[in-house]
Design a protein around this ligand. Structure first.
Ligand code: GLP
Length: 244
């Protein structure tokens, strides 16, 4: 779907998440959400906080799994995705802390593989992701699945693309300070979600959105794999959709 601007689009996505949470509350089940970071989902989180404060939307039954985290990365660092999620969402809602899952940027390298396997298992134990929210990087990455990622990849340690590190350099005060690695859910992990929403705003994303939606399916642009799923919706503003 294409909306006139990101604010209208973000409210629509938040409404869908709220409807999912409420329908699960009726059956007493958890709503299992896959969440993303970056500038793109900020408006969705803002609207969810508003729905919590003004319309009593409760997150007591919500279980979350974030897509990714830089590696290494202490959770308390301003650039960590833990800090991002706390500031933009978790600190403002009634989610239970034990229901929040974010890849651990403090592990010893030799412990990462076991952590990643366990992350996948935990998602399975909750019955899988009901909804995965995605942004897209200018390399065509979803999560941190950079070019070269396999369609069946799972949660793992990856090396960040140079363009991704350049795009992140403002947050870190220079590219040299951006971690070279990250832990990310895989393309295969994302694909198992029952519903996937990829959001993109602004003309900066127009050319990668064209490739993702209309380009040949290839690991060179990992987001093209989403063309193979039938439960994916691209939610765009007019500028991001301009080249379609
Ligand atoms: C980071 C995140 C991605 C996100 C991308 C786009 O690399 N790991 O999940 O989609 O940035 O960021 P933004 O939304 O700020 O454009």
């Amino acid at each position: 779907s294409v909306y006139p601007n990101k604010d209208v689009a973000s409210v629509q996505v938040a409404k869908r998440i709220a409807a999912l949470i409420r329908s699960k509350q009726e059956t007493g089940e958890p709503a299992v959400l896959g969440l993303a970071t970056g500038a793109t989902p900020v408006g969705v989180y803002e609207e969810l906080v508003r729905l919590h404060r003004e319309e009593g939307l409760s997150f007591r039954n919500v279980v979350t799994f974030n897509l990714d985290e830089y590696f290494p990365m202490p959770p308390t660092a301003p650039q960590s995705y833990v800090t991002f999620m706390n500031e933009n969402l978790f600190d403002h809602i009634d989610i239970q802390r034990e229901n929040i899952h974010i890849p651990d940027g403090t592990l010893a390298v030799e412990d990462v593989a076991a952590f990643c396997l366990n992350y996948e298992q935990q998602i399975e134990e909750y019955g899988g992701l009901d909804l995965q929210v995605l942004g897209i990087g200018r390399t065509g990455h979803v999560g941190f699945n950079e070019p070269g990622s396999a369609p069946n990849s799972g949660t793992r340690l990856v090396t960040l693309d140079d363009l991704t590190r350049r795009d992140a350099s403002r947050d870190f005060g220079g590219k040299e300070n951006v971690p070279t690695k990250a832990i990310t859910m895989g393309i295969g992990t994302i694909f198992k979600a029952r519903e996937i929403i990829l959001m993109a705003w602004s003309g900066k994303k127009a050319s990668i959105i064209k490739k993702a939606v209309e380009g040949d399916v290839s690991g060179e642009v990992p987001a093209t794999y989403l063309q193979l799923a039938d439960n994916v919706e691209f939610v765009l503003d007019e500028d991001a959709a301009a080249e379609l």
